[in-house]
Write a protein that binds this ligand. Structure first.
Ligand code: MLT
Length: 247
């Protein structure tokens, strides 16, 4: 029996005992998409951090051990790259030319906060639309799954719920009948996904429809306002990366 709980914001999981759960962290726009993309580009290790100053200090410490140029700082505040950081939070900028073999220290407004909120789980997987099916495959043999949506500045966001719904929908279809149970938020998320991408009980997902959906979402509107439309296009490349970052 698989039990799936979706938390639309990290604080919904505040009093939960996560020790026996596998947590899945979602921040489609953009932190978790960046983490998946950076590993696809060959990043050696990614260290999520909450604080900008601590991230800078950590880079100094790590560079004394691994050599100058071995560590890159990435992330954003209010969607904008952080002064002095080598990289922002745009998934398509994490190319192998920039990131292969490097350690990335990443600090973002919501995504890295969600990772820290789930730290008591048995292990943490990082999910974007880009690696959705790879995450589903990884979760198939798990019994207790906690899906954390990062949200945006304390607000629930549709883009994170949509991916949560995709994972619940695909997992429920891949498990035996009656072998999967989920909470109310998981049902809402599942319906959101299936209302968009289901015809006659079959999934029909298109990147153009995903882009359209993401542009209308809370995180998407912020990115459109910052003229970061390309980041939405990068985040919508569903099932394009076959790896699952694990903490
Ligand atoms: C975050 O972690 O807050 C997001 O990824 C925000 C963003 O980069 O737009």
């Amino acid at each position: 029996m698989i039990s799936i709980n979706v938390y639309p914001l990290p604080l919904y999981a505040q009093n939960e005992d996560l020790t026996n759960s596998v947590a899945v962290i979602i921040d489609v726009l953009r932190a978790t998409t960046v983490i998946v993309s950076a590993f696809a580009g060959g990043a050696k290790e990614i260290i999520p951090m909450l604080d900008i100053e601590q991230a800078r200090q950590q880079k100094e410490i790590l560079e004394t051990m691994h050599g100058k140029g071995s560590v890159l700082l990435g992330g954003e505040r209010k969607g904008i790259p952080i002064a002095g950081f080598e990289l922002g939070n745009s998934p398509q900028h994490f190319t192998s030319e920039k990131i292969a073999g490097k350690i990335l220290i990443l600090t973002t407004t919501n995504g890295t906060v969600a990772i820290h909120a789930a730290r008591n789980a048995r292990c943490l997987y990082i999910a974007g639309l880009v690696n959705a099916q790879a995450v589903v495959e990884r979760l198939k043999n798990e019994e207790k799954i906690a899906i954390f949506c990062a949200g945006t500045d304390g607000e629930i966001t549709e883009e994170d719920l949509l991916l949560a719904g995709c994972l619940v929908s695909r997992l429920s279809r891949s498990s035996q009948q009656n072998q999967c149970q989920w909470n109310h938020h998981a049902e809402t998320a599942k319906q959101l996904w299936e209302n968009q991408f289901f015809i006659d009980n079959n999934e029909f997902v298109s990147e153009s429809k995903l882009i359209e959906f993401l542009r209308q979402s809370c995180g998407g509107k912020n990115l459109v306002a910052l003229k970061l439309d390309e980041d939405i296009t990068a985040a919508a490349k569903i099932d394009s990366i076959n790896l699952v970052p694990e903490i």
